[in-house]
Structure formats: structure tokens, C-alpha cells
Design a protein around this ligand. Sequence first.
Ligand SMILES: NC(=O)c1ccc[n+]([C@@H]2O[C@H](COP(=O)([O-])OP(=O)(O)OC[C@H]3O[C@@H](n4cnc5c(N)ncnc54)[C@H](O)[C@@H]3O)[C@@H](O)[C@H]2O)c1
Length: 436
Amino acid sequence: MAETIDNGKRQFLKELGAGAALLAAMPWLKACSPEKTEAASQARGQARVALIGCGSRGQYHLTMLRDIAHARVVALCDPYEVNLRAAAAMVPDAKLFSDYRSLLEDRSIDGVIIATPLGSHARITLDALEAGKHVFCEKAMALTLDECKAVYEAYQRSPKALYYCMQRMYDPKYIEGIRKIREGLIGEVVGMRCHWFRNADWRRPVPDPSLERQINWRLYKEHSAGLMTELACHQLEICNWAADKIPVEVAGLGDIVYWKDGREVYDSVSLTYRYSDGRKITYESLISNKYNAMEDQILGKKGTADLTRGVYYLEEDDTVSGMKQLLAQMRDKTFGAIPAAGPSWRPELRNSYTPHPLIKGPQSVNGGQSMVSADHDGSDLILSAFCTSCITGEKVENVVEEAYCATVLCLLGNLAMDTKTVVTFPEEYKIPYMKF
Ligand SMILES: NC(=O)c1ccc[n+]([C@@H]2O[C@H](COP(=O)([O-])OP(=O)(O)OC[C@H]3O[C@@H](n4cnc5c(N)ncnc54)[C@H](O)[C@@H]3O)[C@@H](O)[C@H]2O)c1
């Protein structure tokens, strides 16, 4: 059991043929190399890590850490006693703290994992880097544009590793999907279409009304930027990865359509991000209907990759015979009438396309209802890579930059919706990494 994640990692990198080309294109995977993990743990045993924020996601990280042989959780911190106790039950030997600043004074801790509400990410990250800790922070990077810039600049000056839990960068179906897209699988990329639909209010039970804002932090603007930073953040990052550039402007509309329960953040958003060449990301999220689930579609002239499901579809599919398609449509009663005498078996309907897998073997697909328990979505691998960095001291390439780009785009999306204007990417928040 103790080596599950790293054995899985070895297998995953082997199947992807993790040679120099893959590592050059996706350099953040370098810290993931099984040889590096093994060498690091042989040289110095285990990374001594602490968890700051012991709620739902923090406890999920603890379950992952149990399976990372080169990690040892030595401290836990949470001002909310209920969650601190629940986490302590999972790691009985850990030292307990209610104030993260006291935890940061403990010189025996190599790195901290921050899983607190968004509003505190920047402050804790800055303090932890300053205290000489390696940092793994949950996405998004920060609640405001200025905080993002401050963290980015502090990271440039710091010798310490900083990771953001942008787990799609470590998810085999995304890695392989982007690689195949770059090799021309779906032709020229002409647009992106992403959405995330849930049917849940995002509320947590509150034992005392005075704890409402603390526990239901996602609903209030002092702690959260709502659907954009909670959900869209992951998806916008993928679009930029596929486009290999950053949008120049964004327009959108946001509303509270259904959950009129005192929350301040939108429960329904629709946005369009435009790249300088005219390609667009169409983004939509709604949390009062889950029919459409979660999809990250990269649209190409010759086909479409749905990276969430790990499949691609071809516009002209020579791999599937027309007769086979016709029989499948008759069996599935796809259409009221089959256009058997027409020029094609394929009317312009989405479910007439045949899915092809992006990776070999079984893959885990998440419908998007909860990312906390998502299986093998890359969260385990990125956490393992962080623990390797805690041992080797090596910084990870591109993860901070990708988190910065995605977070800034989320915040600009909110600005566009709040002001009902088209927002152009501001000069002062551009960084050298960005290509427009
Ligand atoms: N990467 C992903 O897919 C993913 C999935 C779920 C959540 N998240 C992120 O994880 C973070 C936590 O989300 P959650 O659902 O676990 O929230 P949560 O409310 O369940 O847990 C947050 C915990 O942080 C504690 N906390 C607040 N301020 C603190 C401080 N100053 N010091 C120490 N602890 C503090 C709270 O008391 C609470 O126990 C958020 O940023 C969220 O966006 C990421």
C-alpha cells in the first residue's frame, strides 16, 4: 500500500513514453520521474510536511499522503477545532496548531500544504516562503490580482519550491490529449468549449450561525471568487495549454439564478474569452442543473478532444464504417428516422460521433460533482512531486506560471461580469511567461 502512488506514477510515465520530448514540452513532470523520487527518498528518507487547513480537501490530501512513501505528515493546523480533530485522527503523531504562524516557526518542517479558503492563500503562501518552507497550495492562487502579482514576485525571489494543485497538468488523459493535439490529432485548434454543471447549493451545515461565513466561505466575496476560482480555474488552464497562448480579452454575464440564499457569488456564469487570433473559449457554469456535467472540449478543424472524458471524436471518421454507425444508431434508437438513403449516416447531432480513447487501458473519468474524491485525477501525483521537491529542494517549472495565468483570467472574468464590460488583459498583470 505504501508505494501505491509512486508505483502508479512509474507505470503512468512508462505508458506515456516519458522521454526527453515529453519532459521538454511538459517540464513540470521532471520532478515526477520515478528515478528522481527514488533517489531523493534513498538520499534523505521522507519529506516532513505540514497541513494548513484541515477541511474537506485537506483531509483528502492526508489520505493521498498516506500512500506516498517519501512523505511524512508531522504537523496539522486549523483554527476550527472540529476539523483539526478529524485530521488528527488520521495522523495521530502529528503536532497540532491553531495558528499557522506558530507552525511556520518549527524548523523541522520542510514544506507546507495549504488547503484553506481562497482568501487566505496569498497571505499564508507569502509567510511560508518567507519562513523558508517549500509550499504546495490549493488552487486558485489568490483572491485578487494584486495578491497574485505579489505571490508571483515573491516566488521569483525565493529559492523554495512552490506548487499549485492544478492537477490536470498531472492527469494522464490531459497530458496525452494535449500531446496528441500538438501532433495534429484534431487538426488546427479553432476554439474551446468548457462547462461545469452541478446541482448542489455548495452549502455546508453550520453548528452556530456565527460560523456561517467561516464555514460557507465559498459563498462570500471576502473569501471566495465563486465559480470562476473554484471551478473554471482548472479549465481555463487547459484551454491555454491547448492554445499555447493567453486570451487578450473577456466578456461575460453572471447572476444568482436559483440559490437566492444570501450568498454573494454568482451561481450561473457564461463568458467568452478571446485570443488575439480570434479563437474563443466559451465557458459556462451553473450549479442548479447537472445534465451537462463537466467537459473540457478542444475543438479542431478535423475533430474534437474531450479531455475530461479522455476521448476524441473525428469529423470524418475513417476508422468507423458507415454501416457500423448505422447499425449502432438503429440499435440505440438514436434518431426517429434513419437517413439511410442520404449521402451520409451522420446527421448534425453530437451523439452520432464515435468516441476514441486518448489513453490505453482503464481511465478514471469524473463527472464533476465532487473533485474531493476524484480518483487518480493527478492530485496524487502532484502531491508526490511536491514531496520530492521538499527533499531535493528543486523548484518545479511552469506550475506557478500556469496557476498565475489561470487565476488572473478567472479574476478578469469576474471583473467583466461585475462591470458588464469587455475587459482587456491589463499590462500590469502580464508576466514574461505569457504569450498573447
Ligand atoms: N484542486 C481541487 O480540485 C480542489 C478541490 C476541492 C477544494 N479545493 C480547494 O481547497 C481549498 C479548501 O477547500 P475545502 O473544500 O477543503 O474547504 P473547507 O472549508 O472544507 O476547509 C478549509 C479549512 O481551512 C481552515 N482554515 C481557514 N483559515 C485558516 C487558517 N488561517 N489557518 C489554518 N486553517 C484555516 C478552515 O477552518 C477549514 O477547516 C480551497 O482553496 C478550494 O478551492 C481544490
